[in-house]
Design a protein around this ligand. Structure first.
Ligand SMILES: *Cc1c(COP(=O)(O)O)cnc(C)c1O
Length: 374
């Protein structure tokens, strides 16, 4: 080839390492010739979407020749009502991954720095690298975010700080007191992106059974008025069970939202996703049911791990990271048992595997397979 198309790419993109998704079920079954495999690799809701969501999608199939509402008005209005926000504060995305990327594209340049924690969600280094900004990775403390060290890493060039609460893949979380103290100390010109992809599992807002609420857990939405540099992101991919549709959102002050809405694609959220997310918001019972199942099964899984003598990092999400020694070898043996989990070598946690909390049967399959292997 006359032209080196690799070197023609921008320096940021040339240095990218693509996101590694969980192995799809049908791929495992095809490759290993097994059936009835279970996937506990991508923190999906094991119950699937609610029946009301499926009904709404079926209705919408008939109008798919039309473009969706590019402003997503009905979904934004439903979110604004539920979360007590102004509609102008919301930016919808093709998954919250999309809004994380919009934030990076709108606010980062090659002259700016981005701070995130060691072991933080893999999308932060990707969106940072893609635009050629400089990633400042701050050492974790007990697997979690070390907020004081992150504060100390701020320089004149810092434009953005990513905080996942809870963090994926570690499941660690920061409490309200520490978060507020941190936000008080961050200069207003430094944006803080608080990624609450698992918020519903930890507190579930008004739907939370007090029994399941994690004490002292921050609600990013409640902090927005006090911190104009705060951006909170959430998703329909986890507790709402809509990972396959791709819909998430960012909430911030109206000026930031205005900027984010300028860079997004005109129709970045498709019609099925808009309708399904709106229906999911209305089905509060389903959300409660999903959160309870996760809570109960998490207890069972950690008890099972304890019995097997497997160390784990306590998690407030719908997943738990476990120490197995050689992560990749254990991952592969689990595949042969028909159980897909997530290896964490790309997080520099090669002794760990991340396991999503599934249904009772799926979790039992996973625990039995672990017991057999280890
Ligand atoms: C799963 C996840 C997301 C987003 O997923 P989307 O499907 O793109 O909404 C964002 N942040 C964290 C920490 C996650 O684990």
């Amino acid at each position: 080839m006359a032209c080196d198309f690799f070197s023609l790419a921008t320096p940021g993109v040339r240095g990218l390492h693509p996101y590694q998704p969980g192995k799809p079920l049908d791929e495992l079954e095809r490759e290993y010739g097994i059936t009835n495999a279970v996937k506990l690799a991508s923190n999906e809701n094991p119950l699937g979407p609610s029946g009301k969501v499926i009904a709404a999608i079926e209705q919408t199939a008939k109008v798919l020749s039309r473009y969706p509402d590019g402003n997503g008005f009905i979904l934004k209005q439903a979110l604004a009502d539920k979360l007590n926000l102004d509609i102008g504060q919301i930016t919808l995305g093709n998954g919250s991954n999309d809004v994380l990327e919009l934030i990076a594209r709108a606010y980062l340049t090659t002259e700016t720095e981005v701070i995130f924690s060691q072991y933080a969600f893999a999308v932060y280094p990707i969106v940072t690298q893609a635009v050629g900004a400089k990633a400042i990775v701050v050492a974790a403390k007990a697997w979690g975010h070390d907020l004081s060290a992150m504060l100390a890493a701020i320089t004149d060039k810092t434009r953005l700080i990513f905080i996942a609460n809870p963090n994926n893949p570690t499941g660690t979380w920061v409490n309200n007191t520490d978060l507020v103290q941190f936000l008080d100390a961050v200069p207003e010109s430094v944006m803080v992106v608080l990624d609450e992809a698992y918020f519903e599992y930890t507190r579930a807002s008004e739907s939370s059974d007090p029994e399941y609420a994690v004490e002292g857990y921050p609600d990013g939405m409640a902090l927005l008025d006090s911190y104009p540099n705060l951006v909170v992101t959430r998703t329909f991919s986890k507790a709402y069970g809509l990972a396959g549709l791709r819909v998430g959102y960012a909430v911030a002050n109206a000026d930031i939202s205005d900027i984010l809405n300028r860079v997004r694609q005109p129709f970045n959220v498709n019609q099925l996703a808009l309708v399904a997310a709106t229906a999911a918001l209305e089905d509060e019972d389903y959300l409660i049911h999903s959160v309870r199942l996760n809570y109960q099964q998490m207890q069972i899984v950690v008890k099972g791990l304890y019995k097997l003598g497997i160390e784990y990092i306590p998690s407030t999400g719908n997943f738990v990271s476990i120490r197995v020694g050689d992560g990749l070898a254990c991952y592969d043996r689990l595949l042969h048992e028909g159980v897909i989990v997530r290896p964490l070598a790309n997080y520099d946690m090669s002794a760990h595997l991340r396991v999503s909390i599934g249904t009772a049967e799926e979790n039992q399959r996973m625990l039995t397979a672990l017991g057999k292997i280890l």
